[in-house]
Design a protein around this ligand. Structure first.
Ligand code: MG
Length: 382
């Protein structure tokens, strides 16, 4: 039996995780859950799975959650400490960290500290805190298992050889809704168009990140930390069908790829059952039906955010944290229709140019850089 803590329980990764737990009640127990705002759904999940701890990050919703859970036997918590407690509950074997944004770093670090394995779906944990997180993972001997479809694919391909035999990894990108469009076209795109992702059904922030290719840039930085490769050995290829989820090229010239239906249940479940594979409810893939697989180079001029992400990664220090935080605010501004789509890369670039570089950053340095970047973007709008 595996005891699971699930942060981001009401998001798309969270809900897929719940489906897997439902399917295998003899393998998994949901011990604790947390969500940022969705108290109503959180309460429903808490009751269904009879969890020990339920935490709502936004304290404003605490009373609502409590009222909704009258008669509930578990503990009801709020705020970032509450989320951290949910992540580190005694007896938890694995934390599924599916929080959106920088808020994911602290509870994930706390769980690692406690020796809990991590199924990581929160990008910022490694983008912001890669250096610190990896140090801690080694020190505590915990498993850091990727949930993101690309990283899970690479992780699966890596089972075919040794790390020292890897030449490079190739992350696939769907290209988002604006694949093939030029810089000029991107000046005029609307929020609705940007939210219309061709292959994956995800939350609004990550959907915009897919349209700008920020998502891919964050994944490049994540891959750098997860697999210990230089940025020169991490490539991105646009693959609109999203059938090949990523590849590893080994030194002998063999390319190993992982393919499958685009359903996050596959990578989530692999992280939960690794090194075992078990049945899923996901429909198998028919290559004959897919029929065409195409690949193209990403357009770094039109999708400048991808180039900026590599740049931030290579600068190291607090630069990836600045990149990610600046983007988070820029996306918020775009989603509330305060800036245009084409302004997102400009704002990120400004933040990167103006940020104070720092090597071997502490957690405080990272938080400062994160706060600084957010304020920097917001102040620019005044
Ligand atoms: Mg991905």
């Amino acid at each position: 039996m595996k005891n699971i803590a699930l942060l981001g329980a009401t998001g798309s990764i969270g809900l897929s995780t719940l489906d897997i737990i439902r399917q295998y009640p003899d393998r998994f127990i949901l011990s604790s859950i947390a969500s940022a705002n969705n108290w109503l759904m959180l309460a429903k999940i808490a009751k269904e799975f009879r969890v020990e701890v339920v935490a709502i990050a936004n304290e404003e919703h605490y009373e609502n959650l409590k009222n909704e859970l009258s008669g509930f036997n578990g503990r009801i918590l709020a705020g970032s400490e509450g989320v951290e407690e949910a992540a580190c509950l005694d007896g938890v074997d694995i934390l599924v960290s599916a929080v959106v944004g920088a808020a994911g770093l602290f509870p994930t670090l706390a769980a690692i500290d406690k020796g809990i394995d991590i199924a990581l779906a929160n990008k910022e944990t490694l983008v912001m805190g890669g250096e610190i997180v990896l140090r801690k993972v080694k020190e505590k001997g915990v498993r850091l298992l990727p949930v993101d479809s690309e990283h899970s694919a690479i992780f699966q391909c890596m089972q075919c050889g040794k790390v020292s035999e890897v030449k490079k990894i190739i992350l696939t990108a769907s290209g988002g809704p604006f694949r093939g469009k030029d810089k000029k076209f991107l000046q005029t795109v609307t929020k609705t168009e940007a939210l219309n992702h061709p292959t994956w059904d995800m939350g609004p922030k990550i959907t915009i990140d897919s349209a700008t290719l920020v998502n891919k840039a964050l994944e490049v930085i994540e891959a750098h930390w997860l697999f210990g490769l230089d940025y020169d050995n991490i490539d991105v290829v646009v693959h609109p069908q999203s059938v090949v989820h990523s590849l590893v090229e080994f030194v002998d010239g063999s390319n190993i790829a992982q393919l499958g239906t685009t359903d996050m249940k596959i990578p989530i479940q692999y992280a939960l059952t690794y090194p075992e594979r078990i049945n899923t409810s996901v429909q198998g893939m028919s290559l004959a039906e897919v029929s065409n697989l195409t690949f193209e180079k990403p357009d770094l001029e039109a999708f400048r955010c991808l180039a900026l992400g590599y740049e931030a990664g290579r600068i190291r220090g607090v630069a990836p944290a600045v990149y990610s935080a600046a983007n988070e605010i820029a996306v918020e501004l775009f989603l509330t229709e305060k800036i245009k789509f084409a302004e997102i890369p400009i704002l990120i670039e400004n933040a990167l140019e103006k940020h104070e570089a720092k090597n071997n950053p502490s957690l405080d340095d990272l938080c400062y850089a994160d706060r600084w970047a957010r304020d920097f973007i917001l102040n620019k709008q005044k």
